[in-house]
Design a protein around this ligand. Structure first.
Ligand SMILES: *[C@@H]1O[C@H](CO)[C@@H](O)[C@H](O)[C@H]1NC(C)=O
Ligand SMILES: *[C@@H]1O[C@H](CO)[C@@H](O)[C@H](O)[C@H]1NC(C)=O
Length: 508
């Protein structure tokens, strides 16, 4: 984030004027909105530590493009209900500013897709969403990133699947489809380490015979041990399936939000538990709000738990959120490698990361977090993947060859620096401090790696040169319901304001 230098008197006057406006504080999304409101305090718990995939919009209530996005974003939230989290952070709120800064938000709205890291306990993976601002495109991109814990089991594997952890409950979907639906993937996440999920295709005749399967789809629950299997009789809809599966064990404490009426009575256990959690936290504000809405589900009480601007600020996230990852060369140009870009610190790591990479990323996010907490301006730290073809020219252009490399670039001033120490917190931090103080050796930045911005950003002075096309993959299919033909967004008209206009950013 780059703060323009403002005459302090003018700034004070502007702040006074802003706070006099009644709408200055209000967020874009009311409590009744399907969009989950997240702040600096709840971000870690609701998004960073979640087993589910989330899309988070960083916005400001006064921003026109954010208002234009709202109908499409709310529609995406409805369509992704129970499958993934659709959340928004109001970056205009004082207490959220450090979070927005650390996430590298430089314009509004900024959309990021956040999903759990591969290994347990590793940092979540954060990617910018730069696709079309329509409900359909957002839903597609998010569905594509929902982690798949469902095993595809063939006749030859069924014995192994059934005998592995034979005391653990198992759920098997017998289906005619080859792909794993978002619904089944989301259920597998809700019951991660509680129920093992599998999908068996109709062509696996022996397994079908073993379970007496006569029609497709058929969903079977094996509660574990020598208890009898149960066959699901309801529709392939999440609330009923969740209730069915709960016979074998409780879902994890952090399900993907489900707000539909049909769900109200289905989830008593986790409702009770979520109330207990809250009591434990002694959060009076949220306790009061959950008591006044005693029939709400875990998920909707989670939404009411976000305190509506109470006296208890300032709030700070406890663990350092991960630094953003850049996955396209255009995004890298937009952020760091256009002729007017300021300092960026790029950590080149393999997509699979590994121990050293995780260590470096943690060091960097800790440094960024320290500065953010102190409200000190710091250049963005970004994760870029060495093995990403799009990034390779930059990597080669800087004549880098290591598996993990740390560099700082300043495209505007035409220099770059290479970190050569070991990846220890003290050593990396002193290198970062040297850059802040403008000390230490610089190399000339090869001109070949500088590009043109393709999005209108705060640093762009001209009209956007072109709109970016983001290829979400040809084979992306969205199946909102496990087996039914209808997907709720199909046939719905994309909102014109979200599709006609090229993606634009508003200035901070
Ligand atoms: C589960 O496996 C254990 C050993 O791996 C075996 O002793 C036990 O009988 C099995 N239980 C069932 C219900 O098959
Ligand atoms: C995430 O999944 C693990 C099991 O792998 C579970 O223990 C944990 O409670 C889940 N986390 C949340 C926030 O639901």
């Amino acid at each position: 984030m780059y703060y323009p230098t403002i005459n302090p008197t003018v700034a004070v006057a502007a702040v006074a004027l802003l706070s006099a406006l009644p709408t200055a504080q209000a967020g874009l999304y009311p409590k009744s909105s399907p969009v989950l409101q997240v702040d600096a305090k709840s971000y870690d718990r609701l998004i960073a530590k979640s087993n589910h995939t989330s899309v988070v919009e960083f916005y400001a209530p006064w921003c026109g493009h954010c208002k234009n996005l709202k109908p499409a974003y709310e529609k995406a939230a409805k369509n992704l209900e129970g499958l993934a989290k659709v959340a928004a952070v109001n970056c205009d709120e004082e207490e959220n500013k450090p979070l927005c800064g650390m996430m590298g938000v430089q314009g509004f709205p900024t959309l990021k897709i956040i999903r759990p890291g591969k290994k347990k306990g590793s940092k979540p993976v954060v990617e910018d969403y730069q696709g079309e601002r329509s409900a359909k495109a957002i839903v597609n991109a998010v569905v594509d990133k929902i982690t798949n814990h469902v095993k595809r089991v063939a006749d030859k594997d069924i014995e192994t699947f059934l005998s592995t952890n034979n005391e653990t409950a198992k759920a098997i979907l017998f289906t005619e489809k080859g792909t794993t639906s978002a619904l089944l993937r989301s259920l597998a996440i809700d019951f991660l380490d509680v129920i093992s999920f599998a999908q068996v295709r109709d062509k696996e005749a022996n397994t079908a015979k073993l379970f007496n399967i006569e029609s497709y789809p058929t969903f079977v629950l094996l509660p574990g041990g020598d208890k009898d299997g149960l066959v699901y009789q309801g529709e392939m809809k999440k609330p009923d399936m969740l209730k069915f599966l709960s016979q074998a064990g409780e879902p994890n404490p952090d399900p993907a939000p489900l707000k539909s009426k049909g769900d109200k009575k289905t989830d008593k256990k986790s409702e009770k538990r979520s109330k207990k959690d809250k009591k434990d936290k002694k959060d009076k504000a949220s306790k009061a709000s959950s008591e006044s809405t005693s029939t709400t589900t875990t998920e909707s009480s989670e939404a009411t738990e976000v305190p509506p601007n109470t006296e208890t600020k300032p709030k700070v996230v406890e663990a350092s959120p991960p630094i953003p990852a850049i996955t396209s060369s255009q995004a890298l140009i937009n952020e760091c490698l256009h002729p007017k870009a300021h300092i960026c610190v790029l950590s080149f790591v393999p997509t699979a990361r590994g121990e050293t990479a995780e260590k470096l990323l943690t060091i960097l996010s800790d440094i960024a977090f320290k500065h953010a907490k102190a409200a000190r301006h710091l250049f963005p730290f970004l994760e870029v993947h060495t093995d990403n073809e799009n990034i390779a020219p930059v990597f080669k252009g800087l004549e880098l060859s290591g598996e993990i490399e740390l560099v700082a670039v300043n495209a505007k001033r035409g220099w770059w620096r290479h970190y050569e120490g070991d990846f220890s917190p003290a050593s990396v931090e002193s290198w970062v401090d040297a850059i802040r103080m403008n000390e230490g050796p610089k190399n000339k930045l090869p001109e070949a790696i500088i590009g043109e911005v393709a999005l209108e950003t705060e640093t762009a002075t001209e009209e956007p040169i072109e709109t970016i096309e983001v290829n979400l993959g040809e084979d992306v299919t969205v199946e909102v319901n496990a087996e039914s033909e209808s997907t709720s967004w199909q046939g719905a008209e994309p909102t014109p304001e979200a599709t006609d206009a090229p993606p634009k950013h508003e200035e901070l």
